[in-house]
Design a protein around this ligand. Structure first.
Ligand SMILES: Nc1ncnc2c1ncn2[C@@H]1O[C@H](COP(=O)(O)OP(=O)(O)OP(=O)(O)O)[C@@H](O)[C@H]1O
Length: 737
C-alpha cells in the first residue's frame, strides 16, 4: 500500500519540482488528522488527454531497457520450456471467449428455429452444448496449466534478478550507499509491484497480456458481429451495453486520485503522533521491562486516552481516510450516465415485447446473449486499455532496475596496483596525512581540520583524544571509506587516490569500534575476516581461540553455526501451552529486538557486549594472523577495549597465545609484540581513550582535540613538553599501571 500509489506519482512528477507549500502548484486538503498536498498539473498539461498522451510517449525512452530485459530473460535457458507452455496457454485462453460465444450463438438460432418451425434441431443443440461444456473444461485445464508453470517461471526469473540487484548493491561504497537519493533509487528499483513476483515477470506478463488481448478482441469482435448482426435490435443492444460498460469503467478509474501526480501527506496533529508513539511503546517488547519496572501502565493508558480524545480530526490511517473520501465523492456525470444506460436495454426489450409478443422468447435469449458477450467484449477492451496504461509504469521500472548497476560510487577507484611486491608488506606500510580536512557528507562541521602526520613503516601509532575528536575518522580515511574534503593522504609515499581500492583494502586489517555482527552464523562472521577461508573450520576455530571467543561459542546450542539474529523466522500457531522449544530452538513469541549491550534474537541467544567484542577481535585475528596470503601490512584498531570489562578479560581462554595480560590494552600490546615477532614489522594504528601501557611504547602518539592534532611525539617527548597529553596521562594513566 505504501508504495503502490507512490510509484505512480514518482513517475508523473519526475521532471518537475514538488513543493508542498507552493499554493500555485499544490492543492491542500484536510483528511481527518492528515494533510494531503496534491500537485496540480501545469495548465498546458491540464487539457484532457494531453497528460496521458505525454506519459505514454515517455515509454519510448524505456524501450531499450525492456529489450535488454527480454534478452536477459531469453538467456535463462532453464525457463524456455515453461515460457513456451505459458505463452501457448495464454494464447489459447484468449481464444476461448470467442469460442464460447460461437456456441452460444447456436442456442440463439435453435430458439429462433423453434419459434418459427416449432421444432428443435437436436443435433445442433447437442453440438452447441458439448461445445460450451468443452470450452468450460478447456478454460479450467488452461488455468491449471498456467498456474503450474507460472510459479517455477517466476522463481527462475526472480533468481536472475535477485543476483543482479545483489551485485548492483554490494558494489556501492559508504557515502554513496548513505546518500538518501541513492537509497530512494534502490528502493524504487528493487521493490516489485506485487511482493511475490519479480518486476521482470510482471512486465513480461503485461506484454503477453497485451498481445493476447488483441487476439481476444479480434476473435470476439468477429464472432459477435456474426452472432448478433442478424438479430433485431442486436446492434442497438450492443451499443448500449458497450456504452454502459465504458462509462462504468471510467467512473471506477476516476477514484485513482493520484494518477500521474506528485503528492504527499503528513500529519501535524501532535496528539495523533503521540498516540502512535504510545501504541508502539506498548507493543514493542524492548520497552516492556521499563514499563513494568517504572509502573508506567496507568500513566501510559491515561496519556493514550487523552491523546485519542484531543486529536484535531477523524483518527484513522491515511489510506483509510482516503478511501472514505473517495466513497463520499459526489456522483459524476459519467456515473449518472452509466446508471441510466444500465436501465435502457430492459426498457427497450419491454417496448419490443409489447409490439411483437410472439418474439418474447427469442428476445429474452438474445438479450441474455448480448449482455453476456458485450460484457465479455468490453471487459477485454477495458482490460486492454488498462494493460497498455500500466505498461508505461512497468517499462519505466525496468529501466530503473537496470540503472542501479550504473550508480556511480563517490569514492573513485585508482588504477595503480598495490603493493608492487607482496614481500614489502612484511615490513609494514607508511601512512602520511598532508593538510587533510574532512566533512562527512551532509554535515556542516569539519570532522578533521588541517591534519598532518607521518607514520613510518612498521611503527606503532596511538591516536588519543576525547569523544568526537576525530580519531575514528582518521582510520576511515586511511581505508578510503571517504575521501578528504581537502589535502592528500599518502600510503608508501603514493597518493592513496591513485591506488586500486581493492588492493589497498586487502592490505589493511581493521577492527571497528562499532563492530557490526552480520545476520550470518557466528562461524561465518569470524570467517568474514578472511573470506577465502570461509570453509576452513580449523582456521575459524583458531581465530576464535585467539580472540577469546572459542569457549563461549562452543557453549551455544549450535556452536559456530549459531545465529544471533536468525534472518529466517520459524512460523508457528496453535502449539500447546508450555512448549519450550521447537526445531531445537526456544519458542519465542516476542518480536526480535536488540537489547542494550548485546543482541537478543528470536533464538533466545543473548551475548554480552564483551562477548560481542571478542567475536569482533576473532574476525580481526582471522584477517591479520590467519589469512592465507598473510598480505596484511597495516592493522587498524578503533578503540579496541571499549566494550571489555576487566572481569571479562580475566575469563579469556588460558591457552590463548596472548592471554598473558589481564588488561585489554596489555592484551592488544602483546598482540603487537607477537605480530612483530611472528609476521614481521606490521604498521599498527590504535585509536584509544586510554593512556598507559599502549601509549608508552608507541613510536608516535597523536593527541587529538576538536578535529585537530594538537600534540604529536613519543610518550617521553610529550611528557617532557608538559602539555595536554602529559596532564591527562598524569590523571588517567596511573590507573592502568
Ligand atoms: N557518519 C557520520 N556523519 C556525520 N558526522 C559524523 C559521522 N561520523 C562521525 N561524525 C562526526 O565527526 C566527528 C569526529 O567523529 P569520530 O568518530 O572520528 O570521533 P572519535 O574521536 O573517534 O570519537 P569516539 O572516541 O567517540 O569514537 C564527530 O563530531 C562526529 O559527530
Amino acid at each position: 500500500m505504501r508504495r503502490g500509489r507512490g510509484q505512480k506519482t514518482r513517475r508523473g512528477s519526475r521532471h518537475r519540482n514538488y513543493d508542498p507549500h507552493d499554493a500555485n502548484t499544490v492543492k491542500h486538503t484536510r483528511l481527518g488528522v492528515w494533510d494531503l498536498y496534491e500537485q496540480v498539473d501545469p495548465d498546458i498539461i491540464r487539457l484532457p488527454g494531453v497528460s496521458e498522451a505525454a506519459r505514454r510517449l515517455e515509454v519510448l525512452n524505456d524501450l531499450p531497457y525492456v529489450w535488454r530485459m527480454l534478452k536477459d530473460v531469453a538467456s535463462i535457458k532453464s525457463c524456455w520450456l515453461h515460457f513456451l507452455i505459458y505463452y501457448v496457454v495464454e494464447l489459447l485462453s484468449s481464444l476461448l471467449p470467442a469460442a464460447t460465444l460461437w456456441f452460444s450463438g447456436h442456442y440463439l438460432s435453435i430458439i429462433q428455429t423453434a419459434m418459427e418451425r416449432r421444432t428443435v434441431d437436436r443435433e445442433l443443440l447437442l453440438y452447441a452444448s458439448v461445445g460450451r461444456l468443452s470450452c468450460a473444461f478447456a478454460g479450467h485445464a488452461l488455468r491449471y496449466f498456467k498456474s503450474s508453470v507460472e510459479f517455477p517461471l517466476n522463481l527462475e526469473i526472480k533468481k536472475h534478478y535477485s543476483i543482479h540487484i545483489f551485485e548492483s548493491m554490494a558494489r556501492l561504497d559508504v557515502p554513496t550507499f548513505d546518500d538518501p537519493l541513492v537509497q530512494t533509487r534502490l528502493d524504487t528499483a528493487t521493490t516489485s509491484s506485487r511482493n511475490s513476483h519479480s518486476l521482470a515477470w510482471d512486465t513480461i506478463t503485461v506484454i503477453i497480456a497485451i498481445s493476447t488481448s488483441i487476439v481476444r478482441l479480434a476473435s470476439q469482435l468477429s464472432v459477435l458481429m456474426k452472432v448478433i448482426g442478424g438479430q433485431r435490435d442486436g446492434i442497438v443492444f450492443v451499443v448500449m451495453h458497450f456504452g454502459q460498460e465504458l462509462f462504468w469503467n471510467n467512473f471506477r478509474t476516476g477514484f485513482d486520485l493520484f494518477y500521474a501526480k506528485a503528492w504527499a501527506a503528513t500529519t501535524k496533529d501532535r496528539q495523533y503522533v503521540k498516540l502512535q508513539g504510545l501504541k508502539r511503546a506498548v507493543n514493542d517488547p524492548s520497552h516492556r521491562k521499563e514499563i513494568v519496572a517504572g509502573n508506567l501502565e496507568k500513566f501510559l493508558s491515561h496519556e493514550f486516552r487523552y491523546a485519542y480524545d484531543n486529536t484535531s480530526g477523524l483518527v484513522a490511517d491515511f489510506y483509510e481516510l482516503l478511501r472514505y473520501k473517495s466513497s463520499q465523492a459526489a456522483p459524476s456525470l459519467s456515473s449518472l450516465l452509466s446508471v441510466s444506460l444500465r436501465e435502457l436495454p430492459e426498457a427497450l426489450y419491454l417496448l419490443r415485447a409489447a409490439e411483437h409478443p410472439a418474439s418474447i422468447p427469442v428476445a429474452i435469449a438474445s438479450m441474455r446473449l448480448v449482455q453476456e458477450t458485450t460484457s465479455s467484449f468490453t471487459n477485454a477492451f477495458m482490460g486492454f486499455l488498462n494493460e497498455s496504461g500500466s505498461i508505461a509504469e512497468r517499462f519505466h521500472k525496468v529501466r530503473q532496475l537496470y540503472e542501479i548497476e550504473n550508480i556511480p560510487n563517490n569514492v573513485v577507484d585508482g588504477n595503480i596496483s598495490f603493493p608492487e611486491g607482496r614481500q614489502t608488506l612484511k615490513s609494514g606500510m607508511s601512512v602520511e596525512f598532508r593538510n587533510v580536512s574532512f566533512k562527512y557528507p551532509g554535515s556542516g562541521n569539519l570532522a578533521l581540520r588541517d591534519v598532518s602526520f607521518k607514520i613510518n613503516k612498521g611503527q606503532l601509532c596511538v591516536i588519543v583524544g576525547s569523544n568526537g575528536s576525530g580519531k575514528s575518522t582518521v582510520l576511515k580515511l586511511i581505508l578510503r571509506l571517504y575521501d578528504p574534503t581537502e589535502g592528500t593522504i599518502l600510503i608508501n609515499d603514493q597518493d592513496i587516490k591513485t591506488l586500486k581500492l581493492a588492493d589497498l583494502r586487502e592490505c589493511v586489517s581493521v577492527l571497528f569500534q562499532d563492530y557490526t555482527h552480520f545476520p550470518l552464523s557466528i562461524g561465518d562472521n569470524i570467517a568474514l575476516g578472511s573470506p577465502q577461508c570461509v570453509y576452513d573450520s580449523d582456521k575459524i576455530r583458531e581465530a576464535a581461540r585467539l580472540g577469546g571467543a572459542e569457549s563461549f561459542v562452543d557453549g551455544l546450542p549450535e556452536g559456530f553455526g549459531t545465529y544471533l539474529d536468525r534472518p529466517v523466522r520459524d512460523y508457528y500457531s496453535g502449539i500447546p501451552d508450555g512448549t519450550k522449544s521447537l526445531f531445537g530452538r526456544p519458542v519465542n513469541f516476542g518480536a526480535v529486538g536488540r537489547a542494550m549491550g548485546g543482541v537478543r534474537s528470536s533464538d533466545g541467544v543473548h551475548l554480552s557486549g564483551g562477548q560481542m567484542q571478542r567475536l569482533a577481535v576473532s574476525r580481526s585475528f582471522m584477517r591479520s594472523l590467519l589469512s592465507e596470503g598473510q598480505n596484511i601490512g597495516l592493522l587498524l584498531f578503533d578503540e579496541p577495549s571499549a566494550a571489555l570489562d576487566p572481569t571479562a578479560e580475566h575469563g579469556m581462554d588460558d591457552r590463548c597465545l596472548l592471554s598473558c595480560s589481564f588488561e585489554f590494552t596489555g592484551f592488544v600490546l602483546d598482540l603487537f609484540v607477537r605480530l612483530r615477532n611472528l609476521r614481521g614489522r606490521k604498521t599498527m594504528i590504535f585509536s584509544s581513550h586510554r593512556f598507559g601501557q599502549l601509549t608508552r611504547p608507541a613510536d608516535l602518539i597523536l593527541y587529538m582535540s576538536d578535529s585537530e592534532i594538537v600534540e604529536a611525539g613519543t610518550h617521553t617527548e610529550l611528557m617532557r613538553r608538559g602539555g595536554e597529553y602529559a596532564g591527562l596521562w598524569n590523571l588517567q594513566a596511573q590507573a592502568f599501571l
